[in-house]
Design a protein around this ligand. Sequence first.
Ligand code: NAP
Length: 285
Amino acid sequence: MADTNSLSNCRLAFIGCGVMAEAIIAGLLRQKLVGPEQIVASHPRQARREEMHVKYGVEMLESNREAVTETHPEGPDDSSVIVLAVKPQRLHGVLDELKGALVKEQLVVSIVAGAKIETISEQLLHASVVRAMPNTPAQIGEGVTAWTASSEVNQKQEDQVCAMLEALGKTVRVENERQVDMAAALSGTGPTYIFLVMEALIDAGVHMGFSRHVAQDLVQQTMLGSVLFARETHKHPAELRNMVTSPGGTSAEAIYQMEKGSLRTVLSKAVWAAYQKAEALGRKI
Ligand SMILES: NC(=O)c1ccc[n+]([C@@H]2O[C@H](COP(=O)([O-])OP(=O)(O)OC[C@H]3O[C@@H](n4cnc5c(N)ncnc54)[C@H](OP(=O)(O)O)[C@@H]3O)[C@@H](O)[C@H]2O)c1
């Protein structure tokens, strides 16, 4: 668990204020890790700037560069984190705009899918860069974020990154950027797999004759309960599955069909394809 005071003298600038930036800002404020006066965010659209200002009381600017310069540390105890939260296709232009605007003490945290630390570092002329991969349950504080840092990032900055990302849920420090791409495929894209399976099971319930809302309740609670059960018992999923698979029973019948339909192979191929896509995105930036 990170030191929750590590953000107390820190100012944060969010470059691009969409879904993910808002999730981080909301989490930080909800957990009182920072106050709204510590946050600046930039966004090209006036309506979005107004919306964020009214909702969270944070300062909203049109200029990305101004958001960075405005959060320059003023004293030796001050620190500053710049969060890059634009879409990958916008990153190049944003980095161009920010080139030379950062001071050495500032830390850059990029959540941009695929963008390499080296690319960001070279284009910004800045050495302290963290790369993080959150996922959408971050919006309710139940996400998981894999992250890694360049060697220039110091311990205090790592603590700040941990505190900031814990506002989104769990954090996992991974060894290298390849593993950030792997996390992009497994947990970053993960909710997509789960939602598709959820949808398919609900549809199967409707097919049998349940009303949609009953099917939805049954499926959602089954998924939630199964995850909590696995987490609390620390048992291997196969063991938990065997516990409910009686000879000649319903589970055995269902498993036979799932294996026949190559469910495991399909999931494995999906994750592998997402991993290759994450790597390919990185090569384009
Ligand atoms: N959502 C996820 O599950 C997830 C998970 C992991 C990582 N990520 C990464 O997080 C980043 C942000 O994703 P998101 O889902 O938050 O996307 P998003 O909602 O589209 O947020 C990006 C925001 O940046 C704004 N923007 C566009 N051009 C800009 C510019 N030049 N300067 C500043 N802001 C600009 C966009 O404005 P407009 O709306 O006007 O275009 C948008 O509001 C992406 O790189 C993505 O790869 C997302």
